[in-house]
Design a protein around this ligand. Structure first.
Ligand code: ADP
Length: 547
């Protein structure tokens, strides 16, 4: 017997409509690329999103067609997101930090018909335009006064494009499983793969995101997603903010410490989200300049492991609660968020920080388990580690245009490619990416744990650990360090520092110092490039196989 409740579809257009009705005057503030600070409210955002939807239809864009964005977080980008998804098209957020070849590949693979781009990315598109055969026109996210001279096909300003229609348009209703957004994984090996979000997955994810123990978003919050919309939907914040009516601050292109600090103070930001490298920039600036961010109550750190020292600095120096989070492009993207339980509140600070170093508990909607190589489930004891698998209504089923290649196992589980532990309280901790783990004499060493330990040293700005070939142990860890500017630090000093923090057999066999480390387009350490660069590296312990 079926229930007798209404079967209303879950649609992205409802998120912005809800905000326009119930939070009509709540502000959306944008730092634009060339036009200064822009302010309007949810009512205006919804109206212009409808107008954009009508303009898209006027250009022949139909249900399921893809339109691309190459843009920073900003109000026009938001309108394209809501306008395209709201009319049944697909907003494809392209990561402009990818290599030219990858951008060309994914726009062609997605067969994007229009590209909406910030001024910043006009030169990039001019370089690639000849190869982007599916693109009919390029729309630049500015007004006519700021439109640059460009030979891009059909180039016009966003405001001119918008003016092709009025806002007399009702959001259509369609199946909630209709595709809404498309985001490609970074593709460190092989071609990037497209994850095609649905209206349903995005709305359910928005509900989950806002929960108190998840990001804890409410109307009284002023939220600044620093994480770009092209990096896994800015972790769902621009969908969840209208659901609860939070003020939104969209920081545009300048994501350095001074810009973020002044924006946080000026707009009274209470919650913000970014990857560790961005937070590192803010914390260094706060410390150097003696500035504060007193309005800020919570920060979300994800995308890579939050170093312990970063959690400590936020919590103890700036009285900001850290929400360590883990997710993937393949998951819309939130998987786990770390919020302490009631029983943790009495623990000493050190132990509370220990818990915060874990990536957190699954958001309801995400089922999670760890298995051995044969697929047998491992204990949730916080010690056993294995392949992390997930399933749920916002987890990928197939990659776009790879529908006939099975991705899930028989139970419908998706293998995340991460290795993790799960403790009896449900907290998951990433041990490593399965391809980054260092296999020494048949045992596994976590490169992430070693990196985090090294990053705790005051003279270390950034650290990477990779496995390099060793005649006796197969692989041994090599620590690669970027020292803090103007500081000298020695190998002995670092190894000494690590002793006591990690098992003795985990200690790196050597330390090298570099000026910078390679990063992926989403700010992660590019371990593949490091492994390639150091593949012939001779460890001091490898020269004498007896040692
Ligand atoms: P990207 O974030 O580069 O666009 P992915 O979606 O592939 O691409 O990134 C997901 C991966 O990032 C996860 O599988 C995990 O390895 C890593 N990751 C994300 N958040 C964390 C975290 N808090 N700690 C450790 N690793 C993380």
């Amino acid at each position: 017997m079926l229930g007798l409740m209404q079967d209303r579809p879950l649609l992205i257009s409802q998120l912005i409509t809800h905000a326009a009705i119930n939070h009509s005057d709540r502000e959306i503030v944008t730092v634009t690329v060339a036009e200064g600070v822009h302010r309007y409210d949810y009512a205006a955002c919804e109206r212009r999103s409808r107008q954009l939807a009508k303009a898209l239809i006027g250009r022949g864009i139909r249900l399921g067609d893809r339109v691309a964005t190459l843009a920073w977080n900003g109000y026009r980008h938001l309108e394209v997101w809501f306008g395209a998804a709201g009319m049944g098209a697909v907003a494809h957020t392209v990561n402009p930090r990818l290599f030219d070849d990858q951008i060309t590949y994914i726009i062609n693979h997605a067969e994007d018909r229009l590209v909406f781009a910030d001024l910043t990315f006009v030169p990039l598109l001019e370089r690639l335009a000849d190869k982007l055969s599916s693109v009919e026109a390029f729309v630049i996210l500015c007004d006519d006064a700021h439109l640059p001279e460009t030979g891009l096909r059909g180039a016009q300003s966003y405001e001119a494009f918008l003016d092709e229609a009025d806002d007399d348009f009702d959001w259509p209703e369609f199946d909630e499983n209709t595709a809404a957004g498309l985001c490609y994984t970074s593709g460190t090996t092989g071609n990037p793969k497209g994850v095609l979000y649905s209206n349903r997955s995005s709305v359910l994810h928005a509900y989950g995101t806002a929960l108190v123990d998840v990001l804890g978003m409410g109307e009284r919050d002023t939220i600044m997603p620093v994480v770009p919309m092209f990096h896994a939907n800015a972790w769902g914040i621009p969908h969840a903010a209208p659901l609860v009516g939070s003020k939104l601050v969209l920081p545009g292109a300048d994501l350095d410490g001074p810009s973020l600090q002044s924006l946080i103070e000026r707009e009274g930001v209470t919650l913000s989200a970014a990857v560790p490298t961005v937070w590192l920039g803010l914390l260094s600036y706060l410390e150097q300049a003696g500035k504060r961010v007193d309005s800020l109550k919570r920060v979300v750190i994800g995308g890579s492991a939050a170093p312990r020292s970063m959690i400590e600095r936020f919590e103890t120096k700036y009285d900001v609660r850290v929400k360590h989070a883990w997710g993937m492009t393949e998951m819309n993207p939130l998987g786990t968020v770390n919020t302490p339980k009631a029983k943790h509140s009495e623990l000493p600070l050190e132990q509370r920080i220990d818990i915060k170093c874990k990536q957190g508990r699954p958001v309801f909607g995400v089922e999670m388990k760890i298995t051995d190589d044969d697929g047998n489930e491992l204990a949730r004891d916080g010690k056993a580690f294995g392949h992390l698998k997930v399933r749920g209504p916002w987890v990928v089923k197939n990659y776009f245009k790879h529908e006939d290649e099975p991705l899930l196992d028989e139970g419908g589980w998706f293998d995340t490619g991460d290795v993790a532990t799960i403790d009896p309280d449900g907290y998951m901790q990433i041990t490593d990416r399965s391809k980054d783990v260092i296999k020494s004499g048949g045992e596994w060493i976590s490169s992430i744990d070693l990196e985090n330990a090294a990053m705790g040293h005051p003279k270390v700005a950034e650290a990477a650990v990779i496995g390099v070939p060793h005649p006796k142990w197969d692989e041994r860890p090599l620590l690669i360090v970027v020292p803090v500017k103007g500081e000298a630090v020695s190998k002995a000093e670092l190894l000494d520092y690590l002793k006591g923090q990690v098992a003795k057999w985990w200690l790196p066999d050597d330390v090298v110092f570099v000026d910078q480390l390679p990063h992926t387009a989403t700010g992660k350490l590019m371990k593949t490039a490091l492994r390639e660069a150091y593949k012939d590296y001779k460890l001091p312990t490898a020269r004498d196989p007896v040692s």
